[in-house]
Ligand binder design. Structure first.
Ligand code: DQA
Length: 150
């Protein structure tokens, strides 16, 4: 990492490792590895070094959020289904000490009613939904803007 690059953690929740085969009509046909590569590439172009992780385990996601809080690392997170019901993930997000941007590939508000609630959104700086892989790219840009503002 050069001196001018900033760290960002991009954390992904359950079932996102199945991108490519998981409901491609909703989530697209790019597989998870190619999404990771694209996030890393875009992050680097914007001056970030991205650590991109995925877990199906709520406890592991919470442990990563604790580490991010301790290290004051900004987080871009797609909490996947945890978005809609995990108060534990929400409370871990509330501990963060650097910006949090919530992202979704799909637009949960245009889908089933249970997806209309995000328990995470209220402790995020902002949420970007509905643009597929571009949701992550836009989140990186938003983070760059937050970090360059006085
Ligand atoms: C998702 C939307 C959630 O409702 C869903 O449970 C996911 C993916 C998205 O990226 O569109 O797993 O977070």
């Amino acid at each position: 990492m050069s001196d001018s690059q900033h760290p960002v953690w991009v954390l992904n929740g359950p079932n996102l490792n199945r991108l490519g085969t998981r409901e491609p009509d909703i989530y697209g046909d790019r597989d998870y590895d190619s999404v990771v590569e694209e996030i890393e590439r875009e992050a680097s172009a914007l001056g970030f070094t991205a650590v991109v992780r995925q877990t199906n385990d709520e406890a592991e996601l919470i442990a990563w959020l604790h580490d991010a809080a301790d290290q004051s690392v900004p987080v871009i997170m797609n909490p996947a289904a945890f978005t809609h019901y995990s108060y534990a993930v929400r409370d871990a997000c509330a501990l963060l000490t650097a910006p949090l941007i919530e992202v979704h590939l799909s637009n949960p508000l245009a889908r089933e009613e249970f997806r209309h609630t995000s328990v995470v959104g209220g402790v995020a700086n902002g949420t970007i939904s509905g643009f597929g892989l571009d949701s992550y790219r836009l989140a990186l840009r938003a983070l760059a803007g937050l970090q360059s503002s006085p």
